[in-house]
Design a binder for this molecule. Structure first.
Ligand code: UD1
Ligand code: UDP
Length: 373
């Protein structure tokens, strides 16, 4: 049987986490040949994901350098990817989400007239500066993609509104929900959770490019003020490897004894921490999809979100990056039990855990049913 040669492209932590369940599913399918290509936009944070899933790239462009700019990422991928694609000769290349790895790969494939499938298609803020440059990246891939795998109906509707061919759009759910079926366990232990003990766990992540500088200092100052006022809280913050994030966190939170700033944790640990949190403060995209499933309220430290389903359901709240607003909202959630309980309800607007099967069925040209969310 001639197999369909499919390249799955990863480069950063989130796209890798969300494509790994797809790699596993494709490997079960007789008619699909899987090739894993890493741009290496991230290094240690990507190696961590490869180790967890025990899947390693067949090709690695190894482009990461400390403090890389968007120009570095874009030109270094473009310079290296053409010869790799010429060698592989794929039938289809899958990219994920909104990273520069995804956009630049899609652009290169467009130049080479290789068809693209976009996993996690159709999320929109319609503000190309927020998130920056991710909103532009995601819209740009949408112009090129032959297959659009939209996680939700709303994402599909966005694509239809933009005039995409309805036959190219499939509602599949988000593949991260597939991965989450196996990650959270009852008998989970971690030394940081021992440190938290019977205190309330506040889980923090922050890394967005548009938040670097003053917005990030504001976020950290607000968190610091609340931690200083509430002696029953302990915060764990697995920090991104970006040196600018580390500098800001060290300046604002370095000497606070009720926050532990730790190295990035494995995704298995991350889901278990999220599930055990009292409250999460983040500017991450992916955590906005995961936390609602655990019924944990999330304050999203951004001005916009491309994931409004969780906001509509009441589990996520957009609080921006002003110190006063974050301080007020964080305090309110701690002081007002009724308000907290309203937000703390488990919902799953992003998938039913079968996204990967659906995508594989579509590529094998088998019957499949859209996810009815
Ligand atoms: C990238 C994505 C963003 C995604 C984020 C996930 C783009 C433009 N941005 O942003 O959408 O939310 O990944 O985490 O694609 N670094 C390391 N080791 C690593 C990873 C990063 O040292 O394993 C440091 C390097 O100094 C690097 C910096 O972090 O230069 C920033 O990495 P970069 O990929 O440019 O941007 P992110 O903010 O991670
Ligand atoms: N994550 C992780 N370890 C960490 C922090 C986050 O494994 O220390 C996971 C998290 O569970 C989610 C993904 O990384 O699946 C989100 O990635 P990130 O916040 O880096 O990027 P974004 O989703 O904002 O693009």
């Amino acid at each position: 049987m001639i197999k369909k040669k499919i390249v799955l492209t990863v480069g950063c932590r989130p796209d890798c986490i969300k494509l790994m369940p797809l790699v596993k599913e494709f490997k079960k399918r007789d008619s699909l040949e899987v090739i894993l290509l890493s741009t290496g936009q991230h290094r240690e944070m990507l190696d961590q994901v490869f180790d967890v899933f025990n899947e390693y790239p067949d090709y690695d462009l190894e482009i990461m350098k400390p403090g890389q700019s968007l120009f570095d990422i874009t030109t270094n991928i473009l310079n290296k990817i053409q010869v790799t694609m010429e060698e592989i000769k794929p039938d289809l290349v899958l990219v994920h989400g909104d990273t520069s790895t995804a956009f630049v790969t899609a652009l290169a494939c467009y130049y080479m007239q290789i068809p693209i499938g976009h996993v996690e298609a159709g999320l929109r803020t319609y503000n190309i500066y927020s998130p920056f440059p991710e909103e532009f990246n995601r819209q740009g891939i949408g112009l090129i993609a032959k297959y659009n795998f939209a996680p939700t109906k709303l994402a599909k509707q966005n694509l239809l509104n933009e005039g995409k061919d309805p036959k190219s759009i499939y509602v599949t759910g988000n593949t991260v929900i597939d991965a989450m079926k196996h990650t959270v366990v009852d008998d989970y232990h971690h030394s940081e959770l021992d440190w938290v003990g019977s205190n309330k766990l506040i889980f923090i992540t922050a890394h967005r490019r548009e938040n670097l500088g003053e917005p990030m200092h504001n976020m950290f100052r607000a968190i610091r003020r609340v931690l200083d006022e509430h002696k029953d809280l302990k915060a764990v913050y697995p920090i991104h490897m970006n040196p600018l994030v580390r500098k800001a966190a060290d300046e604002e939170l370095g000497d606070c004894d009720r926050i532990h700033i730790i190295e990035p944790i494995e995704v298995f640990d991350c889901h278990n921490f999220e599930a055990r949190s009292y409250l999460i403060l983040t500017d991450s995209g992916g955590i906005q999809e995961e936390a609602p499933a655990y019924g944990v309220p999330v304050l999203v430290m951004r001005d916009t979100t491309e994931r409004p389903e969780g906001v509509e359901a009441g589990t996520l709240k957009l609080v921006g990056t002003s110190e006063e607003v974050i301080y007020k909202e964080f305090s309110e959630l701690l002081n007002n039990k009724e308000y907290y309980n309203k937000m703390a309800k488990a919902i799953n607007p992003y998938g039913d855990g079968h996204a990967c099967e659906r995508i594989a069925d579509i590529l094998e040209e088998k019957e499949y049913e859209e996810w009815e969310n």
